[in-house]
Design a protein around this ligand. Structure first.
Ligand SMILES: [Zn+2]
Ligand SMILES: [Zn+2]
Length: 176
């Protein structure tokens, strides 16, 4: 049974146990409602930013998309989740950004065809925190620097919201 805001467990002191809400996110990764159980009145069928349909479940495994964490220590920031915590699949918005970044890699005339391929291949490891992330981030930075300032800005726009923390620190050390 899916617990709702009304049926939450309480701890022995009568305090509500902290719990995760269910998030609603558009197919391009804009969070339209971080707490669909607590604030269902904020649900929307489409995104006000890009117009695409919104989802609350992983398209691969149908599990709820984990939303806002409700506890006494409330963190109002809710970053778009890149992967499903139940099946591990990349969410559609993560795939869309990777595809866009791959296409952008192929448009870089200042790079050789081989370098464009290397750049495109480095992208998958930028969004996952793995032992390969630093390697991929270092390669990515080198190639994007060679590609030029316009390319660097374009990749940053596409990838900053889905890049793993480790990759962000390596590639854009000044970014928040
Ligand atoms: Zn959107
Ligand atoms: Zn899933």
């Amino acid at each position: 049974m899916v617990a709702t805001a009304m049926t939450r467990r309480r701890d022995p002191y009568g305090q509500d146990e902290p719990w995760y809400d269910v998030a609603q996110v558009c197919m391009n990764g804009h969070v339209t409602n971080a707490a669909t159980e607590l604030r269902p009145q904020h649900n929307q069928k489409h995104c006000e930013t890009c117009g695409t349909a919104t989802i609350t479940k992983c398209p691969k495994c149908n599990a709820d998309i984990r939303g806002e964490y409700h506890s006494i220590l409330i963190d109002p920031k809710f970053p778009t989740p890149p992967f499903c915590i139940t099946c591990g699949a990349a969410f559609p918005w993560t795939e869309a950004k990777l595809n866009a970044a791959r296409e952008l890699a192929m448009e870089q005339d200042a790079l050789t065809p081989e370098e464009r391929e290397q750049l495109a291949k480095s992208l998958d490891d930028l969004v996952r925190d793995t032992p390969q992330t630093i390697v991929a981030a270092t390669r990515f930075k080198k190639l994007v620097t060679k590609a030029g300032a316009g390319a660097a800005a374009g990749f940053k726009d596409i990838l900053i919201s889905v890049a793993a923390e480790l990759a962000k620190k390596t590639i854009w050390p000044a970014a928040p």
